[in-house]
Ligand binder design. Structure first.
Ligand SMILES: Nc1ncnc2c1ncn2[C@@H]1O[C@H](COP(=O)(O)OP(=O)(O)OP(=O)(O)O)[C@@H](O)[C@H]1O
Length: 630
């Protein structure tokens, strides 16, 4: 059977090319400038191959010009140009890329940086123009030709009078509509900012004659009013050499900081600049910055993480989210790689191994740089942690703790004994010989945690306690389970293992001796507590709440504050200090005055809740009871 060829409805295809593959019309300029740069590259390499032809790299340039009256935008290059056949083949055949072909033929050349590969970018001009004219004169040719098209209906090629080598593309911009202001591409600020945004690192100068304003000579001084005049000046719009491609010795810290502030709209220097480049399985350069403070919207849904992505000097994506894990979403910066499989529109990447590989390496690099900062510049790290520590702790907890190992040495918690933030490693290194657990307390502020009745016993033993003040903290530690084989323990949990065997026995005896009193109190607090016990930990305070089981009162608070969450309840235990005068009072009430004992039990329970920072159920009743006994 004969093999049949697919046919394409070329008008339809062109329509798709023009209108469906790009989301932003503005990228047409990037595409045309990239073509101009490719054309110059080709000529440059060709002349290199041919030996000296008198052409120098500095002779090459790309020019952009606007004519508001004629409503045209022109892009001129002095690159390799196109012959009549090339105009026909390259611009008349969709998806034919002369650039890709050129690149493939020269594959052995190392630093060839040709951008084009799909053979479609040129057609993006029709998103904004209703007439496109390409006048071109191929290098070394005697003739020049003009290709012209109004879009879907086809194109014409006719002789042109272009005298110099290269290509001039003239776009006649579409009329403005209610939805689209094509005229904006005639504004110089729009053109200059588009060049900066997408084509800043094109290797050849992109020049434009800009209209400027200056003080008229002789005015503005000696009592004369200032008068201004406009004048024209040709300016190079792009910076050409990417700062990340310069060697370390060529770029000062100040330059890097200035670059960061300008590109990423920050007014402060970053706390850390990370430069990295790799060759091999994935070839890329990255320039990353860790900001000093979190942007206003950082901890909101509006914040978008991501790194800028460049391919061969052209900006492809402003925020490539896949390059950063959530735990490091605060990192700003860019990645430049030639190896990425771009999507035809250059707006997306194919989710390939390459991208994953780069993302994985960057993640490791960021983690190791943070760890170096922590070791070498504690003050700076603490400053950083104030802004982004919360994110690292979320990162530990997120995704069932998938990144907990990577992050556990980067988090800090305030220490009760050191009176400053410490790492888990530091805590463990200071643990007392007989100390079993890493103790922590939870609350709104460190001051309140330090005042918790449960903290007294820890302090008395000379143990260190971590103060957890962010909602996520306890969850992060719970998911970590252990650090260097040491379990974490909330100071409010029922089993702190602080008592010696003798002390334990004494408590059990006391418990036994007061069994009926405790049972009576438990019945008075029916539904509120799981148990009423003699405490082994209280020193100064008469009562405290401890919890039995996985959920602490702090976790209960956090979980119940979440809108869709099913309500949870910590298993509360009311602990009594048998050494406290209040306990004597309780003993004196039982069994003669059970009503009063009930009131006391309720008051003490509410009091314990207040100390924990938990709202009491019925403040009015609490106040009445208090007055009653007064
Ligand atoms: N200014 C120019 N000078 C010389 N040749 C050009 C110029 N502009 C376009 N061409 C030729 O036309 C071809 C098609 O251009 P087009 O922009 O459609 O695709 P591309 O640049 O090859 O690929 P991509 O779609 O990835 O940008 C190019 O490969 C190149 O051979």
């Amino acid at each position: 059977m004969a093999l049949k060829q697919f046919k394409a409805e070329s008008k339809r295809l062109l329509d798709l090319m023009i209108n469906s593959i790009y989301t932003h019309k503005e990228i047409f300029l990037r595409e045309l400038i990239s073509n101009a740069s490719d054309a110059i590259d080709k000529l440059y390499y060709q002349t290199l191959e041919m030996g000296d032809t008198g052409l120098d790299r500095s002779d090459f340039a790309i020019e952009v010009a606007v004519d508001r009256e004629a409503r045209t935008l022109t892009i001129t290059d002095n690159g390799i140009g196109m012959s009549k056949e090339e105009l026909d083949n390259n611009l008349g055949v969709i998806a034919k890329s002369g650039s890709l072909q050129f690149k493939n033929e020269k594959e052995q050349k190392e630093d060839i940086d040709i951008i084009g590969q799909f053979g479609v970018g040129f057609y993006s001009a029709f998103m904004v123009a209703d007439d496109v004219k390409v006048e071109s004169r191929a290098y070394g040719s005697e003739e020049s030709w003009c290709w012209e098209s109004k879009g879907l209906d086809g194109y014409q090629i006719s002789p042109s009078g272009k005298e110099s080598r290269g290509t001039v593309i003239t776009l006649h911009l579409k009329e403005d509509t209610e939805d689209e202001q094509y005229g904006e591409f005639l504004e110089q600020y729009r053109i200059t900012s588009l060049v900066k945004k997408y084509s800043d690192y094109i290797r050849y100068p992109i020049r434009m004659e800009l209209q400027k304003s200056r003080l008229k000579e002789g005015t503005g001084k000696d009592g004369k009013d200032p008068e201004y005049e406009s004048y024209f000046e040709v300016e190079t719009l792009n910076s050409m050499t990417p700062i990340w491609k310069k060697s370390r010795s060529e770029v000062s810290d100040e330059e890097l900081n200035a670059f960061y502030k300008e590109k990423f709209y920050d007014w402060q220097d970053p706390v850390k600049v990370i430069r990295t480049s790799t060759e091999g399985a994935a070839t890329y350069s990255a320039l990353l910055f860790i900001p000093k403070t979190a942007p206003m919207d950082y901890y909101t849904r509006e914040y978008e993480k991501g790194l800028q992505l460049y391919a061969s000097g052209v900006m492809i994506m402003e925020k490539c989210a896949d390059l950063l894990p959530d735990c490091f979403s605060f990192v700003k910066g860019l990645v430049d790689s030639q190896d990425l499989s771009l999507n035809i529109s250059r707006e997306m990447l194919q989710h390939d191994r390459q991208l994953k590989l780069i993302a994985g390496r960057l993640e490791k690099k960021i983690a190791s740089e943070l760890s170096v900062l922590l070791q070498n510049d504690r003050e700076k790290y603490e400053e950083f942690f104030k802004s982004f520590g919360l994110q690292l702790k979320y990162g530990m907890y997120d995704n069932y703790g998938a990144k907990k190992e990577e992050l556990k040495d980067l988090v800090l918690f305030y220490s009760s004994t050191e009176k400053k933030p410490v790492t888990l490693k530091e805590y463990v290194s200071r643990m007392k010989e007989d100390q079993k657990f890493i103790y922590y307390g939870c609350g709104e502020t460190t001051e309140r945690i330090l005042q918790l009745p449960q903290a007294d016993a820890i302090a008395e033993k000379g143990y260190e306690m971590l103060c957890l003040t962010d909602n996520v903290d306890e969850f992060a530690l719970k998911i970590l389970e252990k650090y260097e084989d040491k379990e974490f323990r909330n100071i409010s949990s029922d089993d702190l293992q602080l008592q010696s065997e003798e002390e334990k026995k004494a408590s059990e005896q006391l418990e036994e001796d007061n069994k009926e009193l405790l049972t009576c109190m438990k019945e008075s607090l029916e539904g509120k507590v799981k148990d009423v016990k003699i405490s082994g930990r209280l020193k100064k305070h008469p009562v405290c709440i401890s919890t039995d089981g996985m959920i602490s009162t702090e976790m209960e608070k956090v979980l119940n504050a979440m809108p869709a969450q099913e309500k949870v309840k910590a298993q509360r235990v009311l602990e009594l200090n048998a050494e406290h005068p209040v306990f004597e009072k309780l003993r004196s009430l039982y069994p003669h005055d059970k009503d009063r004992l009930k009131t006391y039990a309720e008051l003490l329970y509410d009091q314990a809740l207040l100390i924990e920072g938990i709202a009491i159920e019925d403040p009015v009743a609490f106040s009445q009871k208090l007055c009653e006994i007064m």
